[in-house]
Design a protein around this ligand. Structure first.
Ligand SMILES: NC(=O)c1ccc[n+]([C@@H]2O[C@H](COP(=O)([O-])OP(=O)(O)OC[C@H]3O[C@@H](n4cnc5c(N)ncnc54)[C@H](OP(=O)(O)O)[C@@H]3O)[C@@H](O)[C@H]2O)c1
Length: 268
């Protein structure tokens, strides 16, 4: 009974950015829970490798090279998913740029930098959701899962497109929930804290060390797998419009540190 609630058997899941980092771990976990997959990102190599691993587990998996900032490519991705499987049960909007150009003074950010950052970290989730929402409404069911960040809740010093985009993801989740759940579609959001990946390795933003995190260590990307499975599964059917942090308690004490806080001894 519980296993049934957590099973993804027979579910078709579209995931963006599923070839590397957190997306890779979530894709493999969802495959192990029974999902059939459509894996998208710009590079084909990483997603092909993950798709092969899913097929080795006995799942169906296809890859579609897609730039999620390009709405015609997003439309083609959803068409390909529907041609292959006839339905999409879950959309997991994971693609994002952690690296990009990193922290920069506001006056050095060009219009193009802003647009690429916001398009990748926020608009892409809107584009993908928009492209599949009507199909989900027609079926009267579907789940949209977005990926925000701790930076969706706190300012990031000189980190405009990431923090603003990820904050927008939280609001997109709420707005999808309030708009689409009367049609049977729920929307939730995963809020990772710091789980080092090549994406974070290559960023030049200041990242928290384990000693800022109540659990006392950074996360492991594989720890996101079970969260994705749960939010994609019938077990989470009554969860809607909410964001779920997986951050070792990083946000539990509030949104600080932003990098500006004075050093105050916390032990009394
Ligand atoms: N790791 C963390 O600690 C952490 C913390 C908070 C939030 N997050 C979020 O978690 C998600 C995954 O991050 P990660 O750490 O796993 O980094 P990552 O390994 O760099 O993964 C990002 C993925 O997004 C894809 N992507 C980027 N731009 C794209 C585009 N325009 N079109 C299609 N795909 C695109 C990349 O593939 P291609 O380059 O091949 O397109 C890549 O597979 C991101 O949304 C990130 O903001 C991560």
């Amino acid at each position: 009974m519980l296993e049934e609630k957590l099973s993804l058997e027979g579910k078709t899941i579209v995931i963006t950015g599923g070839g590397t980092g957190l997306g890779r771990e979530m894709t493999l976990a969802m495959a192990s829970a029974g999902a059939d997959l459509v894996i998208a990102s710009r590079r084909i190599g990483p997603i092909d490798e993950v798709a092969q691993a899913a097929r080795d587990m006995g799942r169906r998996a296809i890859t579609v090279s897609t730039d999620v900032t390009d709405t015609s490519q997003v439309a083609a991705l959803m068409e390909r998913a529907l041609d292959e499987y006839g339905k999409v049960d879950v959309l997991l909007n994971n693609a994002g740029i952690v690296r990009g150009k990193g922290a920069e003074a506001i006056w050095d950010i060009s219009d193009e930098d802003w647009r690429i950052g916001i398009d990748t970290n926020m608009s892409s989730a809107f584009f993908c959701s928009r492209a599949i929402a009507k199909h989900m409404v027609e079926r009267g069911q579907g789940k949209i899962i977005n990926v925000s960040s701790g930076f969706g809740y706190r300012g990031g010093r000189d980190n405009y497109m990431y923090a603003v985009g990820k904050g927008g993801i939280v609001q997109l989740t709420r707005t999808l929930a309030t708009s689409l759940s009367r049609h049977g579609i729920t929307s939730t959001c995963i809020v990772p804290g710091f789980l080092p990946t090549t994406g974070t390795d290559e960023s030049n933003i200041t990242l928290p060390r384990g000693d800022f995190i109540p659990i006392g260590r950074v996360g492991r990307p594989s720890e996101l797998g079970a969260v994705a499975v749960f939010l994609a599964s019938p077990g989470s059917d009554y969860m809607n419009g909410e964001a779920f942090a997986i951050d070792g308690g990083g946000l539990a004490g509030g949104v600080a540190p932003t990098g500006y806080a004075p050093e105050i001894p916390l032990e009394i």
